[in-house]
Design a protein around this ligand. Structure first.
Ligand code: ZN
Length: 386
């Protein structure tokens, strides 16, 4: 019996010691977890009320007591980045990524956040390198590609941007409406500037294969064809704009008339075509071009009557300026001619102050046609204004 006591008493003491230790450990964890939870709630409240400074302070305190929590590091780094303190964000996310204990998902999160930090800091090479690691990750593949696309567009690396768009197309449309065709047009533009006309031509063919509705590729290709004397194919190509993008018809008028003139085609054919376009799009460029044809073929009174009716039907400063200029031409001299010329100049100045193009996405307007809006960075959203 004494032998049993010798064994049982220390065993009971050991059980009691372990029990006590377990009890106090549980209590400590409960208290600790509660503190962390309260800290998160506090940080979250600050974030919701956009008090970034207080949120950063709360999360930094949490980091001291909760060093293992990945989410705290990510959130704190993001807040620093949002506040413009990119170096601090980089330090936090780099420290996180250096941990050996991260699982695959956590590592991908840290890499993506670091990619955002590097991009924000303008360290594009580093961002590219780290984001490339996420190419096969199921959750981060698309956002990493979108981020890479932003970087390549910023750097005007059209080839790499095209590759990104091609991969993004598998997930749906690229974020700002980028298409391979537009990027091929950029590559063609680069080739044209370098006088590599054959390369530009090849890029434009590729662009039209990718997207036969790419009006920029149509206009550029027609210009190249006309440059080499192929006016008939250029004219046929320009005429497709009526169907594919009638909102861009005003851009077609000048090259279209040039092709007609070079081919020596009869005026009535061009008049009939412009008349049809004017019925679809009463843009001053089309109306004025038609008025000039009427003047050449039928005489000034008919052209004046046409312009007057068009200006009354849809008032426009540019139309009125054209009307006044024609009136000045009709006067052989004297006071009336001087008045009309002065009025024409004043209307031209007013027209110069009016925007010619507007982005349908953000409303940015100006005198130039931008294939990528300089304000909202969307592609193919800036159209001619009537
Ligand atoms: Zn815009």
């Amino acid at each position: 019996m004494e032998e049993f006591l010798v064994i049982l008493v220390p065993a009971a003491a050991a059980v009691g010691w372990w029990g006590g230790r377990w009890y106090y450990t549980q209590k400590f964890l409960e208290r600790h977890t509660q503190t962390i939870r309260q800290g998160y709630c506090k940080g979250l409240n600050y974030l919701l009320s956009e008090k970034t400074d207080q949120a950063i302070e709360t999360l930094a305190n949490l980091l001291a007591s909760d060093i293992e929590t990945i989410e705290t590091h990510v959130a704190l780094g993001n807040l620093f980045r949002r506040r413009g303190e990119v170096q601090k964000a980089i330090e936090i996310h780099e420290a996180l990524l250096a941990r050996q204990s991260l699982n695959g998902e956590q590592k991908a999160t840290a890499q993506f956040e670091l990619g955002l930090d590097y991009k924000r800091a303008g360290l594009y090479d580093r961002a590219e390198l780290i984001l490339a690691n996420l190419a096969d990750h199921p959750s981060y593949r698309r956002p990493a590609l979108e981020l890479l696309l932003q970087i390549y567009l910023q750097e005007k690396d059209w080839l790499k941007a095209r590759s990104c768009v091609s991969q993004l197309n598998r997930f749906g449309r690229a974020p700002n409406g980028e298409t391979e065709a537009q990027l091929l047009c950029e590559l063609a533009d680069e080739a044209l500037k370098a006088r590599q006309y054959a390369v530009a031509d090849g890029r434009l063919d590729e662009a039209l294969e990718q997207d036969s509705r790419c009006v920029r590729a149509v206009l550029m290709k027609a210009d190249l064809l006309a440059r080499d004397g192929y006016f008939r194919p250029a004219l046929d190509l320009l005429k497709t704009v009526e169907t594919i993008r009638p909102d861009y018809l005003p851009e077609v008028i000048k090259p279209l008339i040039r092709c007609h003139d070079q081919l020596g085609l009869p005026h009535n054919e061009l008049s009939a075509y412009l008349d049809r376009l004017a019925a679809k799009c009463r843009h001053p460029k089309i109306v004025i071009a038609l008025a000039e044809l009427i003047e050449a073929d039928q005489g000034q009174p008919e052209a004046l009557a046409y312009l007057r009716d068009a200006a009354v039907a849809k008032p426009s400063i540019r139309l009125m300026a054209a009307l006044v200029r024609m009136l000045a031409k009709a006067e052989s001299g004297g006071d009336h001619r001087t008045i009309y010329l002065g009025l024409g100049e004043a209307l031209d100045q007013l027209a110069q102050q009016q925007p010619r193009y507007r982005c349908s996405q953000c409303g940015f307007s100006g005198q130039e046609l931008h294939w990528r809006c300089p304000s909202c960075r969307h592609w193919d959203t800036t159209v001619p204004l009537e």
